[in-house]
Design a protein around this ligand. Structure first.
Ligand code: ADP
Length: 608
C-alpha cells in the first residue's frame, strides 16, 4: 500500500494520535456532561431542601389548607433564572393535581398557572407527575426541549403523597458549555494531529534517511561499486545498522578482491600454461577453454558458445565424448589423440558441483609430440643398432661355420674367409667405438683437452692425412686459406676427427676424379671451414635428417664404403660442444658443401 516507510510511519502516528484524541475527547465530554448534569440535579435538590427549611407550610399534612402560605413562600424564594419551581397539590379529585404555587418568574402568568390542573399545564410532564404521585422521585431529561425535570413527592404522616415539588431546569447552558468544550477538543485534536504529522515527518525522516542511504548504497554495491561508506550519525539501532553496513562493505570488498585475485591468478595460469585446458558441464556445454586449447582444437570463442564438447572431440577419439564417459561411468582417464600431425595426451577428470554431484569434466591436453618423437627415435635407434650389429655378426657366424665345417685345408680360401671375418670385426669395432663416443657425449663423460689451436695447422694436418685417400680415387683435394686465421680454443683430436669425417665423406661420396676443395675464412667472430665436393650430393628430402644417428641416404653404399651412419651426428655434437655449428648444403648429383663453424672468442665456448 505504502511504498515508503516514511508515509507508513506518519500514517500510523496520525492514526494513533487521532484514536487517542477521539477516545480521550469522548471520555472527557461524557464525564463533563455527567458532572454538569449532576451539578444541575444537586442545585435542583438543594432548592427543594431550601424550600423545606424556609417553609413550615410544606410540612403541613394537608397542602390544600395552606395553599396561600406555600404560594407566598415560593414566590419569595430566590432561584436561578434557568430554574422553575412548581408546587403541585394532590387534590382529592381524581386526575386533578392542582398547581398551587410557582416561583416568582411566573408571576405575570399566575392566573394561567395557579389553580390549574398540572396534567394540563404544558411545561410540566404528565407522566412524571403521574409517577411522582405514586411516591416515586423522578428525574428526567427532556432532550427535545432541553429541560431537566425533577418531581419530588412529599408525603403526609400516613405515607400518602400530599403533593409534588416540581423543579425544571434549562439545559441550554450546559449544552452550550459542552459544545464549547467539544469545539476546543476538536481544535486541540486537529492541532495535535498537525503537530503529529509534522513531528512524524521529521522523526520518519531521521529514521528513513539513513535507511534510504543504506538502500541506495547497497544498490550501488550490487552493481559492483564497493567504495560505499554510510555516515554513522547515532549509536542507536539505525547507527548500528549503518556501521554494520560499513563493516559489511569492507568485508565484502576484501573478500571480493581476494576472489578476484584468485580468479585472475587462475586466469593467468590457464592463459599462460603450456597445456590446453577445457571445462565442460554435464550437459556437454564448454564452459571454459584456454587459448592453448582453442589453438589445439582450432576453435574460436564463438565456437565455444555454439558447439557442444562431444561435437569437437568425437572425431579425435569417441572414448573422450561425454556420452561415452557417462555410459561407462568412468570419470577419470587418459587417451592419446593426434591433431594435425601433433600428438596430445588428453587427461580428463570430473569436478563436483555445490551439491557434491558430478558437475562436469576438466580436460587437459598435453603436447607429447616431442616425447613421442623421442620415444620413436629411441625405438628406431635400438632397432638400428641391433640391425647394424646383426649384419656383421651373421657374416662372421656363417664364415666361421664354413671354416669349421670345411676345415682349414684350403689355405687360400681360409685366408680369404678370415680376412672377411676380420674386416667385419673391424666394422663392429667401429660401430661400437662410435656408439661409445656418442654415449660419452650424451652423458657428458667425454674428457675434453682444450688448448689454443692454430686453424691453419689443423687443416693442413687433416689435408695431408686425407690426401692419400683422395689420390687413390684420383680426386683433386685442395686447401685454400686466403687470410690469416686466428686461433680457436678446442680439443685438437676431436676437432680433427670432425674435419677428417667431413673430408672423408666428401671423398667417399664423390666419384673418381672428382674435386674436393677445403676453404677457411673468418666471418665476424667465427672461423668457417668449408669442405666442398662435386660428388653425388644429397636429395633435398634427406638433408634435414642427415645428422640423425644411423641415417644414411644410401645404406648399402655407405656400408660398402665402411660408413656407420654415426659420423655426422658425432661431428655435430663435438662442434656444438665447442659453441659452434655444422651446416650442410647439397644439390643432388651436383655436389655438397659442409660448413664447420667455430667461434673465435673463448667466452662463447660452452664449458661443461
Ligand atoms: P657415414 O658413415 O655413412 O658416412 P655420416 O654420418 O658421416 O655416415 O653421413 C651420413 C650420410 O650422409 C651418409 O651415409 C651419406 O649418405 C650422406 N653424406 C654425408 N656427406 C656426404 C657428401 N659429402 N656427399 C653426399 N652424401 C653425403
Amino acid at each position: 500500500m505504502f511504498k515508503s516507510i516514511r508515509w507508513k510511519f506518519i500514517t500510523i502516528y496520525f492514526l494513533l494520535v487521532f484514536i487517542a484524541m477521539v477516545i480521550v475527547g469522548v471520555f472527557i465530554v461524557e464525564k463533563f456532561q455527567e458532572n454538569l448534569e449532576n451539578q444541575i440535579t444537586k442545585n435542583m435538590e438543594s432548592l427543594i431542601k431550601t424550600l423545606f427549611q424556609i417553609s413550615s407550610a410544606i410540612s403541613s399534612d394537608d397542602w390544600g389548607k395552606v395553599k396561600d402560605e406555600i404560594k407566598g413562600t415560593v414566590t419569595q424564594l430566590s432561584i436561578d433564572s434557568s430554574e422553575k419551581l412548581y408546587i403541585i397539590y394532590n387534590s382529592k379529585i381524581p386526575d386533578m393535581p392542582e398547581i398551587i404555587a410557582a416561583d416568582r418568574s411566573n408571576e405575570s402568568n399566575f392566573d394561567n398557572i395557579i389553580g390549574k390542573n398540572a396534567y394540563e399545564y404544558g411545561v410540566l410532564r404528565e407522566d412524571i407527575i403521574y409517577n411522582a404521585l405514586k411516591g416515586e422521585k423522578i428525574i428526567k431529561n427532556d432532550k427535545v426541549n432541553m429541560i431537566k425535570h425533577l418531581a419530588y413527592p412529599v408525603e403526609n404522616e400516613v405515607g400518602q403523597v400530599k403533593g409534588i415539588i416540581y423543579v425544571t431546569s434549562k439545559l441550554n447552558d450546559m449544552h452550550n458549555t459542552l459544545n464549547d468544550s467539544k469545539e476546543i477538543l476538536t481544535s486541540a485534536t486537529f492541532l495535535a494531529l498537525l503537530i503529529t504529522v509534522l513531528l512524524g515527518f521529521f522523526i520518519a525522516n531521521s529514521i528513513t534517511g539513513p535507511i534510504k542511504d543504506v538502500t541506495v548504497k547497497a544498490a550501488s554495491m550490487a552493481k559492483g561499486n564497493f567504495d560505499q561508506v554510510v555516515e554513522v550519525k547515532s549509536s542507536d539501532e539505525i547507527g548500528q545498522l549503518a556501521s554494520m553496513f560499513n563493516y559489511l562493505t569492507l568485508k565484502l570488498k576484501k573478500t571480493m578482491s581476494e576472489v578476484y585475485r584468485e580468479k585472475s591468478k587462475l586466469d593467468t595460469i590457464f592463459k599462460y600454461m603450456a597445456d590446453g585446458v577445457i571445462a565442460v558441464n554435464v550437459n556437454g556445454d564448454i564452459i571454459h577453454a584456454n587459448i592453448v586449447a582453442m589453438k589445439i582444437l582450432n576453435i574460436t570463442e564463438e565456437d565455444i558458445n555454439i558447439k557442444k564438447y562431444d561435437e569437437v572431440f568425437v572425431n579425435y577419439n569417441p572414448k573422450l565424448t561425454l556420452q561415452y564417459i557417462q555410459r561407462v561411468n568412468r570419470w577419470k582417464g587418459s587417451h592419446l589423440i593426434e591433431i594435425a600431425s601433433s600428438v596430445y595426451r588428453v587427461k580428463f577428470a570430473s569436478f563436483r558441483n555445490k551439491n557434491n554431484e558430478i558437475g562436469g569434466l576438466i580436460i587437459v591436453l598435453q603436447d607429447v609430440t616431442e616425447q613421442q618423437k623421442l620415444e620413436n627415435m629411441r625405438k628406431e635407434f635400438v632397432a638400428n643398432v641391433s640391425h647394424e650389429l646383426k649384419t656383421p655378426i651373421t657374416t662372421i657366424k656363417s664364415y666361421a661355420e664354413t671354416l669349421i665345417e670345411n676345415g682349414l685345408d684350403n689355405e687360400k680360401l681360409s685366408y680369404q674367409f678370415l680376412d672377411v671375418i676380420n674386416s667385419e670385426c673391424d666394422r663392429m669395432d667401429r660401430i661400437v667405438k662410435d656408439l661409445l663416443q656418442l654415449s660419452n657425449l650424451d652423458y657428458k663423460q667425454t674428457k675434453w683437452n682444450k688448448t689454443s689451436l692454430c686453424v691453419e695447422e689443423l687443416l693442413k694436418d687433416s689435408f695431408f692425412k686425407m690426401k692419400i685417400s683422395a689420390d687413390e680415387k684420383m680426386q683433386s683435394l685442395n686447401l685454400t686459406i686466403k687470410e690469416e686465421m686466428p686461433n680457436v680454443v678446442g680439443d685438437k683430436d676431436r676437432l680433427e676427427q670432425v674435419i677428417l669425417n667431413v673430408i672423408s665423406n666428401a671423398i667417399k661420396y664423390t666419384p673418381v676424379s672428382g674435386k674436393i676443395d677445403i676453404f677457411a675464412r673468418l666471418d665476424n667472430d667465427n672461423v668457417i671451414i668449408t669442405v666442398k665436393d662435386n660428388g653425388i650430393g644429397i636429395p633435398e628430402n634427406d638433408i634435414g635428417r642427415i645428422f640423425e644417428r644411423f641415417y644414411r641416404v644410401d645404406k648399402a653404399r655407405s656400408r660398402e664404403l665402411g660408413g656407420t651412419g654415426l659420423g655426422l651426428s658425432i661431428a655435430k655434437q663435438i662442434v656444438e660442444h665447442h659453441g659452434g655449428n655444422i651446416k650442410i648444403r647439397s644439390k643432388y648429383k651436383i655436389g655438397t658443401e659442409v660448413d664447420i663453424i667455430l667461434p673465435v672468442q673463448l667466452s662463447t665456448v660452452i664449458q661443461f
